[in-house]
Design a protein around this ligand. Structure first.
Ligand code: SAM
Ligand code: DTB
Ligand code: SF4
Length: 355
């Protein structure tokens, strides 16, 4: 009986866009150690296993969103007690971007609680892209649905990445969002690609979906015409006032399996351990890195909810021997990381051996 040839260093995992549900299900169903070994092996074909890319988020327009995403504290129809804010002034954005850079981030991601940007807001947003980029940071935005011409305007301004998530499987999607369709999201991803920007696209787990839905999401992502360069895997942040506030927690190993399968089927993508790290202990985060996650959101706030303190992350990196990506080529970042570690060490109350 013919057998599959053994994969060697000289035969990297193929980049495929024809994954079937059954194939991805089989990856998921492997014994945990086999899955992690495979994920770590694929990871090492393309990445330094001890480097993690770090991005800092800023909400540039907060709350009062007209959409009904059931997970989201910014949807205007849920009472989450969030202070709404209009589009931030450019000066304020630049203060935050400079602080992110000084803390060692290499990418600055700006998010707005919009269904889609209005053409009236585009000039201000475009100026933000140009000015943040001029600081020497990579730029990312997530503003909702885009038309082709809005996407082109952002690309022309130099925007490096556009984040637009598929969130879940096509089958579960309607349980979570009713005000825009899955196809709307795919269309925006098409506009972003056509405009020449890099795509950041992933989803959320822990919303009450099944394993089949998590598989369905990953199949969608891997079968896009090109794999997203960045794949954020968010663990639901359960915000009081949202319809998903009492959702049962996802089993931690199921979360790690999701990361591992994303790594295997999108070998060249950065897989981001995204929202939800406040609810993960250090061991779980270390397992996620072992499963092939190689990007995080860094800084004490996501868009509106808390994220681990920067010095706590740097201390964890230090203990795991992880370096921020581009650490060696950015002297600023090396200085920032050393300062953050020193700060963490003099601030021992952040170190909780039980966590
Ligand atoms: N309004 C734009 C949109 O939806 O495309 C951009 C901002 S929106 C907050 C960006 C992404 O954040 C969502 O697609 C979702 O994946 C993620 N997100 C929002 N609330 C979350 C939560 N409570 N837990 C985890 N991820 C969340
Ligand atoms: C992504 O996938 N996760 C980020 C970013 N893209 C924009 C947002 C997470 C938001 C978590 C809830 C909040 O802080 O409002
Ligand atoms: Fe609005 Fe985006 Fe939140 Fe949905 S996820 S409610 S579109 S801010």
């Amino acid at each position: 009986m013919p057998t599959e040839p053994m994969r060697t260093e000289a035969m990297p995992t193929a980049i495929r866009h024809d994954w079937t549900f059954q194939q991805v299900q089989a990856l998921f169903a492997q014994p945990f150690n086999d899955l992690l070994f495979q994920a770590q092996s694929v990871h090492r074909e393309h990445f330094d296993p001890n480097e993690v890319q770090i991005s800092t988020l800023l909400s540039i327009k907060t709350g009062a969103c007209p959409e009904d995403c059931k997970y989201c504290p910014q949807a205007g129809i849920y009472n989450t007690g969030l202070e709404k804010e209009k589009l931030l002034e450019i000066e304020r954005v630049l203060v935050e971007a400079k602080a992110a850079k000084n803390n060692g981030a290499t990418r600055f991601c700006m998010g707005a609680a919009w269904r889609s940007p209005s053409n009236k807001d585009m000039p201000q947003v475009i100026e933000m892209v140009k000015d943040v980029k001029a600081l020497g940071l990579e730029t990312c935005m997530t503003l909702g649905m885009l038309t082709d011409s809005q996407a082109q305007g952002l690309a022309d301004a130099g925007l490096d990445y556009y984040n637009h998530n598929l969130d879940t499987s096509p089958e579960y999607y309607g349980e979570v969002i009713t005000t825009r369709t899955y196809q709307d999201r795919l269309d925006t991803l098409g506009s972003v690609r056509n405009a020449g920007m890099k795509v950041c696209c992933g989803g959320i787990v822990g919303m009450g979906e099944t394993t089949a839905d998590r598989i369905g999401l990953l199949v969608q992502l891997a079968n896009l015409p090109e794999h997203p360069e960045s794949v954020p895997i968010n663990m639901l942040v359960k915000v009081p006032g949202t319809p998903l506030e009492n959702e049962a927690a996802l089993e931690p190993f199921e979360f790690i399996r999701t990361i591992a399968v994303a790594r295997i089927i999108m070998p060249l993508s950065h897989v981001r351990l995204s929202a939800g790290r406040e609810d993960m202990n250090e061991q779980m985060q270390a397992l996620a890195f072992h499963a092939g996650a190689n990007s995080i959101f860094y800084g004490e706030k996501l868009l509106t909810t808390p994220n681990p303190a920067a010095n706590k992350d740097m201390q964890l990196f230090d203990r795991l021997g992880i370096k921020p990506e581009q650490y060696y080529s950015h002297p600023d970042q090396e200085t920032a990381m050393k300062a953050a570690i020193a700060n963490a060490e003099s601030d021992k109350h952040f170190y909780d051996a039980a966590s």
